[in-house]
Design a protein around this ligand. Structure first.
Ligand SMILES: Cc1cc2nc3c(=O)[nH]c(=O)nc-3n(C[C@H](O)[C@H](O)[C@H](O)COP(=O)(O)O)c2cc1C
Length: 337
């Protein structure tokens, strides 16, 4: 009998209250987006990826603006990327000192700028280095270490699957986050949940499935088909933190327009608190996510995106007609990325 998504599970010594996790999201998964996911019921949230070099060399912006962990976030996992074991060890120490509960290593990022240094998905081609990095992160942090990886580099290549088996087998990691799409397709196409199931059946540590979890039905299907121990919600959470409530059983109806508006205003307030003047730019990626449920047209979001002061943003949101989210055309659909 499969554990329901509401059942707790553990990654190493860290107990997680349920099996629904916010995925790492570069440029998005900061403390207040993670807090938002937790408020809505996520068992844990993973940070956006953080450069191990930036932490090792004490980069001020990374330390003061990206590696921010709030007291009510625990348990929280911080994702690092890099390719140098001694730098990874030192960065993982900094992450542990900042209060993280788990260190995750990115072995799936397909972005050229990251891969050409030998980090991200490039590590699938160098399993010895990948294992060394995981061990270094464990030495540095003293925390459970996890990795998030792809099934392979390109279609038909299963180097990520093989690496996941090797990492689990040698005891270097406490869990695997598995995104069964090859790196070359980025985030497109159907994830290979059959391969994910093969992995889950062969390892004794938890496997967390990522990829294609756009809404409640697809997340539950991925959980069943892959045999995973938990699910990771990524784009499905954009403008829809209520998905965590749906999956953990505390909501069966879509939010009302008023709830969605309150949520966006909450986000705007936190962004302002964190980014100051720069919040205007950061928030531009979010309006489109909330627009359908708010009944905002394309012209409205274009206007929001052109505004460069948050009072004007709040005023525009307040003046829009109240359309109930449950009306046709106002259902939550995560915006394409
Ligand atoms: C905007 C964006 C940023 C992402 N950033 C990261 C990241 O920093 N680290 C990581 O491991 N994966 C990252 N991913 C991949 C997601 O965690 C997830 O594996 C992927 O989106 C597939 O899940 P989905 O199809 O349910 O969205 C990112 C994806 C998107 C769309």
């Amino acid at each position: 009998m499969r554990a329901p998504l509401t059942e707790p599970f553990s990654i190493g010594s860290v107990e997680i209250a349920n099996r629904v996790i916010l995925a790492p999201l570069a440029g998005i998964g900061n403390w207040f987006v993670r807090t938002q996911a937790r408020r809505h019921g996520a068992g844990m949230a993973v940070s956006e990826m953080v450069s191990s070099f930036a932490l090792h060399y004490g980069n001020e912006r990374t330390l003061e603006q990206i590696l921010v962990i709030k007291p009510d976030e625990h348990p929280v996992s911080v994702q690092l990327f890099g390719y140098d074991p001694s730098v990874m060890e030192s960065a993982a120490r900094v992450v542990a000192e900042a209060g993280a509960d788990i260190v995750d290593i990115n072995m799936g990022c397909p972005v050229k700028k990251v891969c050409k240094t030998g980090a991200g998905a490039a590590l699938l081609g160098d399993p010895d280095l990948a294992i060394e990095l995981a061990r270094a992160a464990q030495r540095g942090s003293g925390l459970p270490v996890t990795v998030k990886l792809r099934s392979g580099l390109r279609a038909g290549d299963h180097s990520g699957y093989e690496l996941a088996l090797a990492l689990a087998d040698c005891g270097a990691v406490a869990a695997i986050g598995f995104h069964p799409r090859p790196a070359t397709v980025q985030h497109q196409g159907r994830p290979d949940y059959v391969l994910a199931r093969r992995l889950a059946e062969q390892i004794e540590i938890p496997m967390v499935i990522s990829g294609g979890l756009a809404d409640g039905d697809s997340a539950r299907r991925a959980y069943e088909e892959s045999g995973a121990d938990a699910v990771m919600i990524a784009r499905g959470s954009f403008g829809n933190p209520w998905l965590f409530e749906e999956l953990t059983g505390s909501r069966s109806q879509p939010p009302s327009r008023a709830e969605v508006l309150d949520e966006l205003l909450w986000l705007i307030e936190r962004a302002e608190q964190h980014f100051g003047m720069r919040a205007v730019g950061w928030l531009r990626k979010t309006y489109g996510w909330y627009a359908p449920a708010l009944g905002l047209t394309r012209a409205d979001t274009d206007r929001l995106n052109r505004l460069d002061d948050l009072e004007a943003v709040r005023a525009l949101l307040a003046e829009r007609p109240s359309v109930e989210a449950s009306q046709p055309g106002c259902q939550h659909q995560p915006a394409p990325v």
